[in-house]
Design a protein around this ligand. Structure first.
Ligand code: NI
Ligand code: MN
Length: 229
């Protein structure tokens, strides 16, 4: 059993016994966020890709807490150059950490970050995460479009909670996210990556209704809500 707190956008705090893990901590830049990055106490920072709304406060949180960044190799190398402890991984790879297992899945998206230079900083391929924590499997899809391999991910993993983007424009929209949930067959879906910006202003209740019509259970978390997984 573990606890999952929604911190807004695609940011989640996972806690199991003494382990604390944060995923895609976009807090100080998110006007909807209720938690301040300086109040976050974690051992691990998981980053799906280098976009500002996912890398977010990750480097500050990792260095302040002496926490380890887990990310695709190129993004991990970037974080290492910024002074973070890192554990680089890559798509398809998994590793047993003290808190549980992490596997990187594909995500169809980008990962460059405009840091002000002439060219965008290259941060490799984006990913999703399968996190096994307290005997439960949590799938964080990252930013991605719908892809057929979600069927395979669902077939090979008994997913307890799937965190899926529904905001459209940059990622899957509502209808594609419903299809993703049909592929993944999780016990529960939590929508993410909506409302933060004008162009991703989709309605989670509409997603919930369309998913219910396919017998998929959706839990809409308010920012700051905690779910026991
Ligand atoms: Ni992105
Ligand atoms: Mn994003």
């Amino acid at each position: 059993m573990s606890q999952m707190t929604y911190l807004g956008h695609s940011a989640f705090l996972l806690q199991e016994k003494s382990s604390r893990i944060i995923i895609d901590p976009y807090l100080s830049g998110n006007p909807l966020a209720v938690e301040k990055p300086e109040n976050i106490k974690v051992d691990y920072v998981l980053l799906t890709h280098g976009h500002g709304d996912h890398l977010g406060d990750g480097i500050m949180i990792a260095t302040d807490n002496d926490a380890t960044v887990i990310a695709p190799n190129e993004l991990a190398v970037y974080c290492s150059k910024q002074g973070c402890k890192v554990h680089p991984m890559h798509i398809g790879g998994s590793f047993n950490f003290p808190f549980g297992r992490v596997k990187l899945t594909i995500a169809f998206h980008g990962s460059g970050n405009d840091l002000g230079g002439e060219a965008m900083a290259y941060m490799g391929n984006p990913c999703g995460f399968l996190v096994t924590l307290g005997g439960k499997i949590i799938y964080h899809a990252g930013d991605t479009g719908l892809f057929m391999d979600m069927q395979l991910i669902g077939e090979m993993n008994k997913i307890d909670v799937a965190l899926l983007p529904i905001g459209d424009n940059f990622t899957m929209g509502i209808d594609d996210a419903v299809k993703a949930a049909e592929f993944l067959k999780p016990k529960l879906v939590v929508p993410m990556h909506f409302k933060t910006f004008d162009v991703i202003n989709t309605e989670p209740v509409e997603f919930q209704k369309k998913a219910a019509a396919k017998n998929i259970q959706v839990k809409i978390l308010e920012i700051g809500d905690t779910l026991v997984v």
